[in-house]
Design a protein around this ligand. Structure first.
Ligand code: TRP
Length: 275
């Protein structure tokens, strides 16, 4: 078993050695996810890797080597989570419950930041090509507060992945209904998005800004969120802070205009020259 485990780690290391190598491997090895999932004992070993770091989470004492090792296991789980044939099995087996604990860690060192990012990567892979059954599982597993927290306190990359996950959950009809069911939930998402915008003001990223705008646009599809949006839409979105991003991206500009056009009754300020 240990031998299988170490050879899996070797695959993961090759897989994560560089971004382009990672993408190439993924394309070249389409069958990896079913192979990992259906081969005897493999997922059990990966879970063993995950469980082995639990004692190091609190008090925070994860070393870079230990973090790298568990992140490699997470990279393989991410592969299973992203494959259309295995993602539902991955969700039905409740694997994310083993990983959520990592999102609740408070260690500020790099090993912890990488661990949280790798965990968000697994969740991001689960929602990338949406499957309503997977979305229902994730919502019922209380993924929302974990994502909102990452959006509020995570590193730039964690915020981006967490925002992507929330956007994907919102795009699903069940996800939108779930969030709009209680105004407190809409408030909480709005607040987290506001935090993301605050971080974007310091470190601009048109890509992430577009995820944020898409979230707001999607809220328009459920009348229950309108009151919150009309009264609490973050000022930064309309005060010209992101004009430079919007100027260079036509799609972002179009979405932004669509958002403003569809929020009648809102005192729109365009101090920064408008869009
Ligand atoms: N159980 C909480 C709820 O149902 C989960 C939650 C916390 C939540 N914050 C959220 C769900 C924000 C959606 C949005 O409200």
């Amino acid at each position: 078993m240990a031998k299988v485990g170490s050879s899996l780690m070797a695959i993961a290391e090759v897989k994560t050695s560089s971004c382009s190598a990672k993408a190439t491997k993924r394309v070249a090895f389409q069958g990896l996810a079913p192979l990992l999932w259906f081969s005897f004992g493999t997922v059990a070993i990966l879970l063993q890797e995950v469980l082995s770091v639990y004692p190091l989470l609190s008090p925070p004492s994860l070393t870079p080597e230990q973090s790298n090792r568990v992140c490699n296991a997470l990279a393989l789980l991410q592969c299973v989570a992203s494959h259309p044939d295995t993602k539902i099995l991955f969700a039905q087996a409740r694997i994310p419950f083993y990983l959520y604990i990592f999102l609740g860690t408070i260690g500020e060192s790099r090993p912890f930041e990488y661990l949280r990012l790798a965990t968000l990567g697994v969740m991001g892979a689960l929602v990338k090509v949406p499957d309503t059954r997977v979305i229902i599982f994730l919502l019922s597993s209380e993924i929302m507060p974990l994502c909102l927290r990452a959006m509020e306190t995570g590193s730039a990359l964690s915020r981006a992945v967490a925002t992507f996950i929330v956007q994907k959950l919102l795009m699903d009809d069940v996800g939108l209904q779930y969030i709009c069911y209680l105004p407190e939930r809409v408030f909480a998402v709005n607040h987290a998005l506001e935090n993301v915008l605050a971080s974007l003001a310091e470190q601009p990223s048109t890509r992430l800004l577009k995820h944020v705008i898409r979230c707001y646009l999607r809220f328009l599809d459920d009348g229950r969120s309108l009151w919150v949006l009309r009264n609490f839409l973050p000022k930064r979105l309309t005060d010209g802070t992101f004009d430079h991003c919007l100027r260079e991206d036509q799609t972002a500009r179009m979405w932004m205009q669509q958002l403003l056009d569809n929020l009648p009754g809102r005192p729109v300020t365009k101090e920064g020259g408008g869009i």
